[in-house]
Design a protein around this ligand. Structure first.
Ligand code: SF4
Length: 394
């Protein structure tokens, strides 16, 4: 039997899909088994300074819930029904032993649900390192910066104790340099997709980002580079789709079939807020200075915006999203937020107001990570795309 060779793009996407499907985190187990004493630390959305974990010689592992393949049984007992699904499916992953390969978990300050989850984790998994990681809501270096550097230092000391040796500045700067490369590769991928969305569908871009949740940064950067080279070498069909930005999916993740449905309905996704940890810091962090100070300055002054981050003034609200629309040449915004997500759904009316003032079309729906019925979403995003094509043209 003659087997056709698999194209490099297909091979890369299949590898990412396998990593995405693996709820037992075998890639993490294999990384740990490759050398004695290795440790892995899980983290939840939206942002943690992965450089600190990496500098301690550990693998940062992004935990984004159980998706649509995991049946939540035990996790439902810990939360009321009118709560988003990601904390319940994350508990399910923990209670079923799927996260046993992790030596610790970081819970960033996204919302009250995640704060409560960090407390539950401390009670349920007493033998693990568990930390609630707070970030500043004040962006003055002498106030929020001082607080944040203390938080970073405290986390650094915890990780140093966990591995049995302090984390040095040199180690931190080396990790900052590695993550700078990774952020550059992700930025390049996003710029490429915005320029040629038919060459880099978001269903593929999304899987590539998900791979970065379990792979070491060096390996992930190489994978992104290989994908960009491979997909650019093969012409794919270009369609007359509407260019849209997705907003609201920064924590609980939409099912992959939802992303595919939006694309199939006639939309090119040219920007989004999936896995913001990969591009939270918007430019290079200097890797030859005081590492904690530089990480702090990058967070305070040069970081992305989401509903989980405080806007200092009313005037700033929505301007990051408007900037995404304008710089990516988008024609509209699809608000796709998880059901019961307080940060995303409370911010949405304010963002909609700003978009309307800028004459940017928008539509909105909600999802859960296990949403199965895609027909209504396909109809809504398809109608939105048609309306842009028919009535928004200048
Ligand atoms: S989906 Fe929204 S409400 Fe739920 S944990 Fe995430 S940020 Fe909090």
């Amino acid at each position: 039997m003659n087997l056709l060779p698999v194209s490099p793009v297909v091979a890369i996407v299949e590898r990412c899909q396998a990593l995405f499907d693996d709820l037992d985190f075998n890639a993490v187990k294999q990384w740990k088994e490759a050398a004695p004493g290795r440790k892995a630390i899980g983290y939840m959305p939206v942002y943690v300074p992965r450089e600190l974990i990496h500098a301690a010689g550990m693998l940062p592992v992004g935990i984004l819930g159980g998706g649509d393949a995991l049946e939540v049984i035990q996790g439902d007992a810990y939360y009321q029904s009118y709560i988003c699904r990601i904390p319940r499916s994350t508990l399910e992953l923990g209670l079923t032993g799927r996260l046993n390969c992790l030596d610790g978990m970081l819970f960033p300050s996204i919302c009250d649900v995640i704060r409560n989850l960090s407390g539950m984790w401390q009670i349920l998994f007493k033998d693990k390192f568990v930390r609630y990681f707070d970030v500043p809501q004040n962006y003055v270096d002498s106030i929020g910066g001082t607080f944040y550097i203390q938080e970073l230092q405290s986390l650094r000391e915890d990780l140093g104790k966990l591995r049995g040796a302090p984390v040095t500045d040199a180690e931190l700067n080396a990790s900052i340099a590695l993550y700078n490369e990774n952020r550059t590769a992700v930025r390049d991928l996003y710029a490429y997709r915005a320029a040629k969305p038919w060459q880099a569908p978001t269903s593929e871009v999304y899987l590539l980002l998900r791979a970065g949740m379990v792979l070491p940064p060096e390996e992930h950067t190489q994978l992104l580079r290989e994908y960009l080279a491979a997909t650019d070498s093969v012409a794919r069909p270009k369609r007359d789709n509407a260019r849209v930005v997705i907003n609201g999916s920064f924590c609980e993740q939409p099912p992959l079939s939802l992303i595919k449905s939006i694309e199939m309905s006639g939309c090119y996704i040219v920007d989004d807020d999936f896995m913001l940890v990969t591009r939270w810091l918007l430019d290079e962090v200097p890797a030859n200075a005081n590492p904690l100070e530089e990480l702090s300055k990058a967070f305070l002054h040069r970081s992305a915006t989401s509903a989980a981050k405080y806007d200092q003034t009313r005037e700033e609200k929505g301007m990051f999203l408007v900037g995404q629309v304008k710089t990516r040449g988008a024609e509209g915004v699809i608000f796709a937020a998880p059901s019961f997500c307080d940060p995303a759904l409370l911010e949405r009316p304010m963002l909609q107001d700003v978009l309307s003032k800028h004459n940017i079309p928008h539509t909105a729906f909600k999802f859960a990570e296990n949403t199965g019925q895609m027909a209504p979403i396909r109809e809504q995003s398809g109608t939105f795309a048609d309306s842009i094509k028919l009535w928004s043209a200048a």
